[in-house]
Design a protein around this ligand. Sequence first.
Ligand SMILES: Cc1cc2nc3c(=O)[nH]c(=O)nc-3n(C[C@H](O)[C@H](O)[C@H](O)COP(=O)(O)OP(=O)(O)OC[C@H]3O[C@@H](n4cnc5c(N)ncnc54)[C@H](O)[C@@H]3O)c2cc1C
Ligand code: FES
Ligand code: FES
Length: 1356
Amino acid sequence: MVILNCHGEVDSDKTQWTKKSTDVLEFYVNGEKVVEYHADPETTLLTYLRRELRLTGSKLGCGEGGCGACTVMISKWDHINSKIIHYSANACLAPVVSVHGCAVTTVEGIGSTKTKLHAVQERLSKFHGSQCGFCTPGIVMSMYALLRNKSVPRAEDIEGCLQGNLCRCTGYRPILSAFSTFSESGSGCPMGANCCKQNGVINAVDDPHSALNVCFGKYDPSQEIIFPPQLMIKSRSEQHQTLKFVGERVTWFRPTSLDQLIELKSIYPEAQLVNGNTEIGVECNVKGRMFPVIISPTCLKELVTTSNTDEGLIIGSACTLTSIKEQFQDIIQTTETFRTQWMRAFLDMLHWFAGDQIRNVAAIGGNIMTASPISDLNPILMANESIATFRLHSRAKDRQVLMDQSFFPKYRTTCAEKGEVLISVYLPFNTKDEYMKAYKQSKRREDDIAIVNAAMRVVFHPGTCKVLKFVAAFGGMAATSVMPEKTIQNMIGREWTEDLVQNYMQWIREDFPLSLDAPGGMVEYREALAASFFFKFYLYVKNCLIEKGIIKENIKPEEMSALDDFSQHYEFGTQTWQGTHSNQALEDLVGRPVKHVSGEKHTTGEAVYIDDMPVYKDELYLCFVTSTRAHAYVRNVDISKAMTSPGFVTYVNHRDVPGSNNVRVIDDDDRVFAVDKVTCVGHTIGAIIADTQAHAQRAAQLVRIEYEDILPIIVTIEDAIKQKSFLDPSKQIIRGDPDKAMEECDHVIEGDVRTAGQEHFYMETQVCLAVPKLEDDEMEIYSSSQDPTTLQSQVARNLGVQRNKVVIRMKRMGGGFGGKESRFWLVSNPVAIAAHKCRRPVRCMLSRKDDMIMTGGRHPFYAKYKVGFMNDGKVKALKAELYSNAGHTIDYSMAVLSKSTIHFDNCYSIPNIHVRGTACRTNIASSTAFRGFGGPQSMFITESWITKVAEHLGVMPEKIREMNMYKEMGEFTHYGQSLDPCTARRCWDDCIEKSNFHKRKEAVDLYNTKNRWKKRGISCVPTKFAVGFPEFRCQAGALVNIYTDGSVSLTHGGTEMGQGLHTKMIQIAGRCLEIPVDLIHISETSTNTVPNTIATVASISSDINGGAVKAACDKISERLAPLRKEYPTLEWKDLVVKAFMNRISLSATGYYKVPNMNSKWDLAKGKIEGRIANYYTYGAAVSEVEVDCLTGDHVVLQTDIVMDVGRSLNPAIDIGQIEGGFVQGYGMFTMEEPLHAPSGHLLTVGPGAYKIPGFGDCPRQFNVHLLRNSENDKAIYSSKGIGEPPFFLSASVLYAIKSAVGSARNDSGIFGPFRMDAPATAERIRMACGDNFIKQHKHHADEKEERNLTPWSVTA
Ligand SMILES: Cc1cc2nc3c(=O)[nH]c(=O)nc-3n(C[C@H](O)[C@H](O)[C@H](O)COP(=O)(O)OP(=O)(O)OC[C@H]3O[C@@H](n4cnc5c(N)ncnc54)[C@H](O)[C@@H]3O)c2cc1C
Ligand code: FES
Ligand code: FES
């Protein structure tokens, strides 16, 4: 044991800080003791684990507590209650010094592929719960921490523990299925007595019917690693040991008595008191702030305990939210219900407050003192008239302050005096005649900050419904948490009757006069929420009063729906597919649901991503200097301050590029570094190179740039249309004569619609490590690129060397989704240039913030259409103008536009059509490839006009869809390609039947007649996706090397980003070589093994690389055939040795090109000849939703998908793509909306502001079926590409929502077509409902213009 360095000397600060203190950090990691003599308080636990301890299982996904990729379990001895506590936490926010005396468990500590997987890891991998695997260690650790506290959790515990984790790949269903096996109902093998182990079956996955049919071991909690006993023994003495850690810029104190704390605060009045560091950590990690003195109060009994009085509860300011929750749950059990109403409100709110990792460490005092205008707790504390106690060194007595409006005098400010410490907060119990509730609405239901929250409390004169007192507080309605003072006054003496609601709406508007340009935007929606919340409260209280017999008149049954919550629980879904032929050999795994080859390694943290690679001794780090202006000349770049910053090595810019500064994606218009002009915020100007990441980031902050703005700044499509800022030429497809056909139609309608962009939000941000070889200008580059060959050519051009000097290596990406198809160059090329200049390895992994600002996302679209149709709904003619927002450079925008025009028919035969697409050049980051490549946007536009036709005719959209759908045979697309056979209708019919659509539609209609404020909707949407590429891209290569121990090294041109490409390639190689797949290994994709590869995109990679792998393996099989014939019983390994001895080559390349791809395109003229798609993948989905019409919130009750994937190569992986694509699409169509300021700055940066779907958004029942008896002679083994095609099916949710909103509108007397843009956010849903609350809160449409207001945000 290491002896701690206890100084016991008078502190140099000349304070009373004379207790014994230590500056040696001591803690345990995975059972091993760690002692650190130079701990820097600015180092996070995550950085320490990854860089110092080389435990790279925990990942950095955001650095702000928003994704959970960094989740670890922290255990400590609770000396007050004498027990060990285990909790999950975000290692990216926890300062390493905060775990002094704790035991940290990381994913590496619980199981390994080398020894034994933990039950969590085993089940997750067996249930196909990982794809790219970047999120997986964090998810494993959240579940693990839950099990350490509750070995048989309830379903809601499991869902709760995952609220703080995100996954961008899987769609969550398989993870929930895997973990539900730990719950009471699911413990043990789901097969029970039929468990395959009992029946002696070894290959448990060889069952073609259900992913649930998986065998796994029992979970035995007694086998868990023990808490280090030394920490229990030491803990008490350590409580009396003060800590002081002095870092490069920050000093951290952990006092052991309140007196010490108060004294410290008097010496350092500006010091931050850090409990969970969930606010301060974000300020430092994301905003680059630094607080020189930090004091941790987490050891002070007065601050970490609660105490009961007869009248109320005193909560210590450092009590964590989880500890508060546990105590409240106990108190509620033993206290009269009416007394604890505020506790229930608090508990309700805590459910929606962040995720477990945050709640476990964040303290109530941190929430109060942050004074956020959207704090979830402050409105409750205010409405319950709580009293805060402050202590100040120079004052004899504590100060007690009522938490009312004056507590928060201005934005993020409390009434605390300088140096004052919040000791506790007192909350009085409620009385018999009062009622209290809290409400919150966010963009995403779980783990999101509020748009508006509120707490309301009413006290009646005893036994009456006459208001004695009304107290309410709101968040999100002003710069602070506010109380509606007039409303509070006016309520007094009023009876609790219907007219109060009407009066309230008027009063609240006067209390909260939000201007249309108010920060945060969504002004009318926020006002409507403030009204709707009261209406909910009104009904809730009325219901209580009815139950007490105080009010006699009942609430109308249909109004009661305002009170019901959505039920949250996930129910099982089913997944079905057609099994393999009965005569297929057992070891031939093609067509079987084989696990992802890296699945187990994902769960144990052994899968290595680029930033997990060990740091070279002389390695440097790069941090970008980017533009903060959208359109400007760069007049001066001053790096003088940065040069004096610690660790600074050099600055690189365009002058350091030895070759060409240009970057060619399709056109040659991108530059590695801007030269003298910037055209978007985030445009790369230069980069700082320093010895460490922290130093590079700090130095980059010190670079000063002088700009001269250029006008105009074009942000939106509408701006671009006004300024005629277009990329030439437009793309168009013309079939027939739509103008003439319109004249013959019974109806002609026009409309317009918009889809927002979408951020890729791959969990691993763009990353690169470049290693110069110091000889012949060679360079080795590890880059998260979907297109290594293009990167190779770009870097060679930038460095001015031949391509054969540059090797690109790519093992795996933590997700790509098109975002790493071209935009990798933004990181990789500057890193390569810096490595060349410094002649040292250089690394850069973008921060989430930089990644979102710099790299761009999906193209936003705006469309105008005119459609002609007959009385029966048959569409005869269509004209449409599509506009996409391309951003500041061309990138793939023209190709995306082509794909949009090609997909504009979706699944419908339209005899006369003219669709024209134009790309707009704007001053935002370049829009780029994203799953579907423009197809989802254009199919969405199509479904919008289809829906409008239906609304116009007063029939179900499904009828119009069916009527116009392509038939199975004899159909041609609008660009003249034959579809034979088109399985759209088969998928559709199967989906309608399997989902029981018509019966459920009746039930939905019935539900809607009975409910006024909750509405349901159901919708079926088909999809057709063209799988194909321009001719030259339809080729691939592979290399197979067989070694004389029988092992096989396989390489091909595709990259692995989670989609399971390598798994499928190994399955194919196994079949071709007739060997078990565990003999085959794919190490990585590299440009020196398989040259001139094609980007792994467009859902075509299995087809082309599979063809190449097969060709290579077949070559070797052919060479081995004579030996096999001669020695039929020879084992594979011996066969290989024999072949070697017979001088038969055991290495072969394979090459494949898709036959008959002979298209000629001229979309500028609207002409396409030949086949542009090799084939089409079809599908259909039915989704049913429930909408809260008062808040705009919704849940997806059920989704059923039928997808034609031909003969699936691997049904588990294909279903994973379908579910994952669906949920990613669900994000696009319901919640993800990048917002820009009119100045061009992206406002929705990081997971805190930009919401992708979380666990709670997974359809509660999620059924996926692969279409049976489908063949495809155009791709390997009759399979079909699947990455992109299912994405659009998520639009079924939007149209189900639209249908539910339609019912709400009808109840408000509004009939006829209405527009629903994507995404259908809570705001759009609520505002579209059009009820009385909305009408009253709609500002005059032209108020903005009249007052010349600049909106807070715009949608690009
Ligand atoms: C991912 C994520 C999700 C979140 N979700 C929510 C949410 O849903 N709702 C919500 O309301 N908030 C949310 N937050 C904000 C934050 O978690 C809470 O405000 C939390 O309660 C802060 O507590 P803390 O202990 O971590 O604060 P810290 O970061 O430790 O401290 C915050 C501030 O409080 C001051 N302070 C702390 N204690 C005292 C004291 N005793 N006396 C004087 N000053 C003190 C500190 O000096 C510091 O300025 C979220 C944050 C993150 C990162
Ligand atoms: S990296 Fe810690 S939560 Fe995202
Ligand atoms: S597997 Fe979850 S983010 Fe990729």
